[in-house]
Design a protein around this ligand. Structure first.
Ligand code: BES
Ligand code: MN
Ligand code: MN
Length: 459
């Protein structure tokens, strides 16, 4: 058995209880009421990095939440792995749907239930514990740098500036991230792509004040009715997005690549059953995996306006709102898509209605080639610990900062994630399998070793 695996076996209870401590900190970056906790989580990560043996540990201030940095340079001639992860989490609402409270982690059926259990505290913490195991067994094969941020779930607003200002300090041969999912515990996989994101809020205004819906209704455009109509017009009868030019830059995926994708094990039946739906929906001409992996999409994330209190109030509201996200694929850019959306949405407004579109965060799509050394190293590592060669997959989610790593730091990323779709990221009752937590800690040192070997052979 590998020394790091032995060390893991001997320390697994402590590794778990430390993660549970981190999960007890409600580090919700989106809600300013939790600001103290977000800072507390940063401190926790910094302390654990130091305890594990990292040097130059620093809680780097930004205009928002801090970035925790730490490193261990054992030999400048060895390759360097930059580990990226995030200690912030999504809001836990609606709390009443959780079986156990979101920030009081509980183990049920071999799973850790808590907000952030998988995304990304559980997955990020695996790297700190794997690092500890390598330090304690003197088996570090590469230099390591850690960059753990607290604003991923709100668009990584300050990480770009930090990267540009710290190019030298962050120089590395690869960025290693565990913040994605696999197909299954018996079907290991590695994401080779992430979608980009364009996120906007729209404000639709009708009359200058809320009106009596009997006195004025039927004679004045109702912003909620009109917003609903405008949103409905964004897809056609084939569920294509109707924004002119929206698909212009979408890279054509070859028939070969689509055929390879179709080999990913996937049961539509189980998918529908898991979600409690009687049928799937999506763009005509594409499979479910293609719809979430290689095609751009447009979703309303929230919609509100008018009277939503108890009972009935007859009112024709002055305003209506919606939050709309678009997932982007290569070679779309968030800036041009946001502009196309904005221009088109304003054109959809009928007389008597004005529209304001406010862009939120964005991010660019990325592809990480299977032929690269980092991918090969991850593939070998997972093959060794899972006993099965992982398959390449295209993830539907976004980690906007990955494109920037490539552009600004000139470093390629490998997405060696250990989550599962059943982990319910961003949903009530988020969880992370104990199997996945320990498997990640077991696999990461193997990645370090394989990466060092492949880099050595290359030179
Ligand atoms: N870890 C996720 C992204 C993810 C999850 C990628 C599963 C692939 C598979 C990340 O924390 C996340 O939720 N990103 C956000 C974007 C962000 C700007 C809020 C997303 O994808 O919605
Ligand atoms: Mn994440
Ligand atoms: Mn997330």
């Amino acid at each position: 058995m590998r020394p790091t695996t032995q060390y893991l076996t001997a320390n697994q209870d402590r590794f778990l209880s430390e993660l549970l401590d981190l999960l007890r900190i409600p580090s919700i970056s989106a809600d300013p009421n939790f600001s103290d906790s977000v800072h507390k989580a940063a401190q926790f990560v910094a302390d654990k990095l130091t305890a594990a043996g990292a040097e130059h540990v620093e809680i780097c201030k930004t205009e928002g939440y801090p970035i925790v940095y730490g490193d261990k340079i054992i030999d400048p001639s060895l390759p360097t792995i930059l580990v990226y992860g995030h200690y912030d989490v999504q809001p836990s609402v609606p709390d009443e749907l959780w079986i156990s409270p979101p920030f009081e982690p509980e183990i049920r059926n071999e799973r850790i239930y808590a907000r952030g259990a998988c995304d990304d505290k559980g997955q990020m913490y695996m790297h700190i514990k794997a690092f500890e195991a390598m330090m304690q067994t003197q088996s570090l094969a590469c230099n390591v740098k850690f960059m753990i941020e607290g604003e991923e779930e709100v668009g990584s607003k300050n990480l770009g500036t930090f990267c540009i200002a710290n190019r030298e300090r962050l120089s590395a041969d690869v960025v290693l991230i565990s913040d994605t999912s696999m197909v299954g515990n018996d079907i290991p996989s590695i994401d080779v792509g992430l979608r980009g994101l364009s996120y906007v809020e729209v404000e639709v205004t009708g009359p200058n004040r809320d009106l009596h819906s009997g006195v004025y209704g039927g004679a004045v455009a109702n912003p909620i009715n009109q917003l609903a109509k405008m949103i409905a017009a964004l897809h056609d009868e084939n569920n294509h997005i109707t924004i002119p030019g929206f698909y212009d830059d979408v890279a054509i995926v070859s028939a070969e690549d689509r055929a390879a994708m179709a080999l990913t094990p996937f049961s539509l039946d189980e998918y529908e059953k898991d979600l409690g739906i009687s049928g799937v929906w999506g763009e005509m001409g594409y499979s479910t995996l293609e719809r979430t992996g290689i095609r751009p999409t447009l979703e309303v994330n929230g919609i509100w306006g008018g009277y939503i209190g108890e009972g009935a109030k007859t009112v024709l509201p002055s305003k209506a709102y919606a939050k709309i996200s678009m997932r982007l694929v290569p070679n779309q850019t968030s800036e041009s898509i946001t502009k196309l959306f904005s221009d088109h949405f304003k054109r959809l407004a009928p007389a008597g209605i004005t529209v304001e579109v406010r862009p939120h965060h964005g991010g660019e799509p990325v592809l990480t080639p299977t032929t690269s050394i980092p991918f090969q190293a991850a593939s070998l590592a997972m093959e060794e610990t899972f006993g099965k060669k992982p398959i390449p997959t295209r993830g539907g989610g976004s980690i906007p900062i990955v494109a920037l790593f490539e552009k600004e730091l000139k470093v390629k990323t490998v997405l060696m994630g250990f989550g599962l779709d059943m982990d319910a990221l961003h949903s009530p009752n988020e969880s992370y399998g104990l199997f996945n937590y320990y498997k990640g800690i077991e696999t990461i040192p193997v990645f370090h070793q394989r990466f060092a070997e492949l880099m050595k052979n290359k030179s």
